[in-house]
Design a protein around this ligand. Structure first.
Ligand code: NAP
Length: 320
């Protein structure tokens, strides 16, 4: 099969399309014929060699994929060849024509969801669910700020929160991104590149502040976030690319919580909860992944550049 291979950590050019042997499913494993693979920022951190968890070289990148079950290993109970599925974790890498997965990491893809949309589910929708419900204790009627709402995780946060009955303020850095965030259900949209955007957010809340913040770039925003929280508010740190100085008094006075999130810390039980919620939301129409661009697998280097550029607009997926 064809697969993207990384033999040395480095820039996007280390992503090479190569021929490798087809994987074979062992006991409890499912082999997926990949129709689309999702590109996440974390794939670029891993490729660069900067991420805390490094794969052994050479490796095939990618965690998220959707496709058709090609073969099921002995003991697999829930899937058979021909089933439409998505995965949030592969054994052999998602950016390939075939991907091997543990059965527990494979989930049914409802018929009305495209493969490209299926490839947008694993990391982004799991992270959004974990941020709102497993870390942030989101409740109907609360005001949520999705700080960075135009990307994969942000759009998922907006859709989950809207279905729950929250009041949502979403931010994006481009006109197109803000229009998308609004169309996905945010009640108000704000430009996070504007100086003093936090005044606009406080004004939207009538000065009360927001109850929960899903934060995509904490090293830039955390200090301002603490100043925008209502009493008892929480910030869930989803994305972070550096360090920042904060005034702890802002958290103290509001009895606020700063909650970290790392998706790979989710337990099997939490993942089962997450994917039950995702499949239900896809079926009832509240979750609708937005695809910005589909690129051929050979364009993996370009996809890694694009996902790190400003002007997010949903997901970028690779098509083998
Ligand atoms: P993405 O699709 O690339 O979207 C990035 C988002 O961040 C866009 O909405 C972008 O808006 C926004 N952004 C850019 N500058 C910002 C700023 N100054 N303030 C607020 N938002 C800003 O990425 P993603 O998949 O949604 O992931 C978002 C972040 O979460 C990434 O850093 C990713 O690594 C991280 N993440 C962490 C976990 C975890 O386990 N902790 C899991 C998944 C993702 P514009 O482009 O419109 O400016």
């Amino acid at each position: 099969m064809k697969a993207i291979r990384v033999s040395d950590f480095g820039g996007p050019d280390v992503l090479k399309l190569q021929n490798v042997a087809d994987p074979k499913p062992d006991s409890g494993q499912v082999l997926i014929r990949v129709k689309a693979a999702g590109v996440n920022p974390v794939d670029t951190y891993i490729r660069s060699g900067a991420y805390a968890r490094k794969p052994n070289l050479p490796y095939t990148p990618g965690m998220d994929a959707a496709g058709i079950v090609e073969a099921a290993g002995p003991g697999v109970k829930q899937f058979k060849p021909g089933d439409h599925v998505y995965t949030n974790a592969t054994i052999t890498g998602a950016c390939a024509e075939l991907a091997l997965c543990e059965e527990s990491r494979v989930h049914r893809l409802p018929a009305k969801i495209s493969f490209a949309q299926g490839a947008a589910l694993g990391v982004p929708y799991s992270t959004a669910y974990r941020a709102l419900f497993q870390r942030g204790a989101a409740r109907p009627g609360e005001v949520l700020l999705v700080h960075g709402a135009s990307g994969g995780v942000g759009i998922a946060c907006v859709q989950f929160a809207r279905a729950l009955g929250m009041t949502i303020i979403g931010t994006a850095g481009s006109d197109k991104g803000r229009a998308l965030v609004s169309a996905q259900g945010a009640h108000d949209v704000v430009d996070h590149r504007m100086v003093d955007y936090e005044k606009q957010i406080m004004s939207i809340t009538g000065g009360s502040g927001v109850n929960l913040i899903a934060e995509m770039l904490a090293n830039v925003n955390l200090a301002k976030d603490l100043g925008m929280l209502a009493q008892g508010g929480r910030v869930v740190v989803i994305g972070n690319r550096g360090t920042i100085e904060i005034n702890p008094r802002d958290a103290m006075a509001r009895e606020a919580g700063i909650l970290g999130l790392i998706l790979w810390a989710a337990t099997d039980a939490e993942l089962a909860e997450i994917h039950s919620a995702i499949v239900a939301g896809l079926e009832n129409g509240t979750l609708r992944p937005v695809i910005r661009q589909e690129l051929p697998l050979a364009d993996a280097p370009r996809s890694h550049q694009l996902v790190m550029e400003p002007g997010a607009y949903g997901k970028i997926v690779l098509v083998p």
